[in-house]
Design a protein. Structure first.
Length: 95
């Protein structure tokens, strides 16, 4: 197995964990074809996250991390590896 394949597999696992986290806090995650500009769309009033399946996986992850990093997740269990990613994203925005 090549390193690129391993990296992609890790991204898929992270995406799955982030989707589960969104669902824990009451959001519906929808993946499909979308014709919105950024490839992802957050409808906060409907608590829905729409992800365009044609958007590169790394950009999908970045968007999900960005949104979650702005939310209060103190009362929700978050895997330590995911919490590290969220903390890194918060640090990036606060610097």
């Amino acid at each position: 197995m090549t390193p690129v394949r391993i990296f992609k597999n890790k991204q898929i696992v992270i995406k799955s964990e982030l989707e589960a986290l969104f669902e824990k806090i009451g959001y519906t995650v929808v993946s499909g074809k979308g014709d919105f500009q950024d490839g992802t769309c957050l409808l906060e009033n409907e608590k829905k996250l729409v992800i365009n399946v044609y958007t590169p996986l790394d950009l999908q992850l970045d968007f999900m991390l960005e949104v979650l990093s702005r939310m209060d997740l103190s009362n929700v269990f978050v895997l330590p590896a995911i919490r590290e990613l969220l903390d890194a994203k918060r640090t990036l925005f606060n610097s």
